[in-house]
Write a protein that binds this ligand. Structure first.
Ligand SMILES: *Cc1c(COP(=O)(O)O)cnc(C)c1O
Length: 611
């Protein structure tokens, strides 16, 4: 999998005259977004994790962009005025760790071109198109095997081109090394373009293949005429092609699985692979590390993954983490706490349950009294009770459990990835979550983030379980980079993309987005006159349990169907005899969508006379 992209953006853009005197070409806007920023977004959407931009002229623009997208690293080519694109690539080279995609900064293009390169099994591939009639063509010639052997702007040199250079190329590390040694071999090459260096290495034992997409929608934008052509002819084609690939949007306001981005959905469409191949092992290893980083320091913690839902992860944790002669204390203040207790009882684990209100904070003193008895080896609690939206105060509770010598095992399923969490700081030893809630992937991977020292203690414990055994799964993966049993292969690809997108947004910003959505909802509830089950100061902002209106005209199924007709899916919730419906803020939901939903809710409530 290609993780890095390099954008060469040192150039002066002098053919634009005044427009690019004080701004790099890449910042010319198309439809309100700078060309280069759109390119960054497209790269992220196909799974690129790091973008290196080689800058020069007006480099501060790119440094600003790097603040907005912290996966961007900028490197300045101080000699940009006397070198060319290869000079800029050369300053980026020390940061390039493996195979990468090289792009020019002044391009607009259909993102399908990036997928074409990813899907091509050959190591070095230069993307080409049919006739562009741009009047600035760079022609490529290739031998009968498709290997690049000539590059020229002069059609008389290449009367029958294999295609026109687009400016998007997949390059292997070994090819880059050869490009660099050629470039450094002779001072006379100082102004050479990267495509001519590619030609040289291609003719000298490192084949670069020309992959032509005949009707590819793309253009370089070098001057006012090209910009005009881009806006009137090319951009509309790109918009149309990409809109044809958009998947119907359904906004899931149920508490998981959550709404996913199209890029996460598409990440599943990959070549078949046996999950025992090293390539897939590397992917799982990356995913495990990425999952850990979301909530803990990978030096001390490790994620153990299973093909299962979140409850599977809970079951793996509860059934694996209580020592053979241990005793468990479980807090039950909602359906998910009750579920942890139920799992323990199925495995005949010695246990006491600490019951607490489902909508009021836990009585810390009473809980501490129970802990003080020192009867327990293990303490289990849910971070965010998805039943009600009540967030338990783990920052107080877990360190207390540690003080009384307990191992802490927590279901953080519906908090993980939605708010900043530091397991080490909270004093949590084991924590569960799933691929399909805040992290934004597809359902199918349940995982336990484990403190390594604590996990290693389980080495010689008799197994209570088989498929879900935490230590066995950990050890087998450590030794083989494989899971013991078939993992959900495509779900892993989607999860990898979801983790990348989480890192790009950052968990802090994600929490702000959810909070913004929650505020919109709460304000609307106040206006409509609907009451919430939990006092707002104890709410997570991830789910809101709303008491149903008193009128007998209210029917959940009617509200559900009405909301569904606008693309919103909502969820009922019953707690004993308290009737609620629940609205979740999870996954790829946008504040404007929540605003739209509140209008739908208001309309329905108005229709039954509530407001
Ligand atoms: C969603 C959720 C789970 C897991 O539910 P599954 O349907 O098994 O994925 C567990 N705990 C909490 C708190 C949850 O919100």
């Amino acid at each position: 999998m290609i993780k890095q992209a390099v954008i060469v953006a040192g150039g002066l853009g002098s053919r634009f005259g005044n427009r690019t005197k004080e701004m790099p070409k890449g910042f010319i806007e198309i439809d309100g977004v700078p060309m280069v920023e759109r390119s960054v977004q497209k790269l992220i959407a196909v799974g690129i994790e790091e973008i290196i931009i080689g800058t020069g002229h007006c480099s501060e623009y790119y440094d600003e962009l790097a603040k907005k997208y912290h996966i961007i690293k900028t490197v300045r080519n101080d000699n940009y005025a006397n070198t060319s694109s290869m000079g800029t690539l050369a300053v980026c080279a020390p940061l390039i760790k493996g195979d990468f995609i090289l792009l020019e900064s002044d391009l607009i293009y259909d993102s399908v071109g990036l997928k074409v390169l990813q899907n091509d099994e050959r190591a070095n591939v230069i993307l080409a198109s049919g006739k562009s009639n741009s009047h600035d063509e760079v022609y490529l010639a290739a031998n009968e095997d498709g290997v690049l052997n000539e590059v020229s702007k002069d059609k008389s040199i290449i009367p029958e081109p294999a295609g026109e250079l687009v400016g998007i190329t997949k390059i292997s590390k070994s090819c880059l090394d050869k490009m660099m040694s050629y470039y450094n071999s002779d001072k006379a090459l100082i102004k050479i373009d990267y495509e001519n260096v590619l030609k040289h290495v291609s003719l000298n034992g490192e084949p670069v293949y020309v992959h032509k997409v005949e009707y590819y929608a793309w253009t370089e934008i070098d001057d006012e005429n090209m910009l005009d052509r881009a806006l009137t002819q090319i951009w509309p084609r790109i918009v149309e092609n990409e809109s044809l690939q958009a998947i119907r949007r359904e906004v899931l306001l149920n508490p998981g699985p959550s709404t996913t981005t199209d890029s996460v959905k598409y990440a599943q469409v990959v070549a078949d692979i046996c999950p025992r191949e090293l390539e897939f092992g590397n992917l799982m290893e990356d995913v495990a590390e990425g999952l850990t980083e979301v909530c803990a320091d990978p030096k001390d913690y490790i994620s153990v993954m299973f093909g299962c839902s979140g409850t599977g992860a809970d079951e793996a944790m509860v059934s694996s983490c209580v020592p053979p002669d241990g005793k468990l204390l479980v807090v039950d203040n909602g359906s998910y706490g009750a579920r942890l207790a139920k799992i323990a009882s199925v495995y005949n684990i010695d246990m006491d349950v600490f019951k607490s209100s489902t909508y009021e904070p836990i009585d810390i003193k009473a809980l501490e009294e129970q802990m003080k008895s020192k009867k327990y080896t293990t303490f289990a609690i849910v971070y965010h009770e998805t039943t009600t939206g009540l967030l338990n105060d783990l920052a107080t509770i877990c360190p207390m459990a540690k003080k009384y010598g307990m191992t802490t095992i927590c279901d953080i399923v519906s908090a993980y990835g939605g708010m900043p969490i530091d397991l080490g700081k909270l004093g949590i030893d084991f924590a569960t979550s799933t691929s399909n809630k805040h992290i934004g992937g597809m359902a199918g991977v349940g995982f336990v983030v484990c403190k390594r020292d604590e996990l290693l203690k389980q080495k010689d414990w008799p197994m209570r379980n088989y498929y879900l055994n935490l230590y066995d799964q950990y050890k087998y993966f450590l030794e083989t980079k494989q899971t013991r049993f078939t993992p959900p292969v495509q779900t892993f690809y989607a999860l990898k993309q979801a983790i990348t997108e989480t890192k790009v947004e950052t968990v802090e910003k994600r929490f702000e987005r959810f909070t913004a959505c929650w505020e919109i909802l709460v304000k609307a509830l106040d206006e409509i006159g609907l009451k919430m089950l939990v006092d707002r100061k104890y709410q997570s902002h991830f789910i809101t349990a709303i008491l149903i209106p008193e009128t007998p005209k209210y029917k959940f199924s009617e509200l559900h169907d009405y909301a569904k007709s606008f693309g919103f899916t909502i969820y009922p919730g019953k707690l004993g005899n308290i009737d609620t419906f629940r609205i979740a803020n999870m996954g790829d939901i946008k504040p404007e969508e929540m605003t739209h939903f509140t209008c739908v809710l208001r309309d329905y409530m108005h229709s039954i006379g509530v407001c």
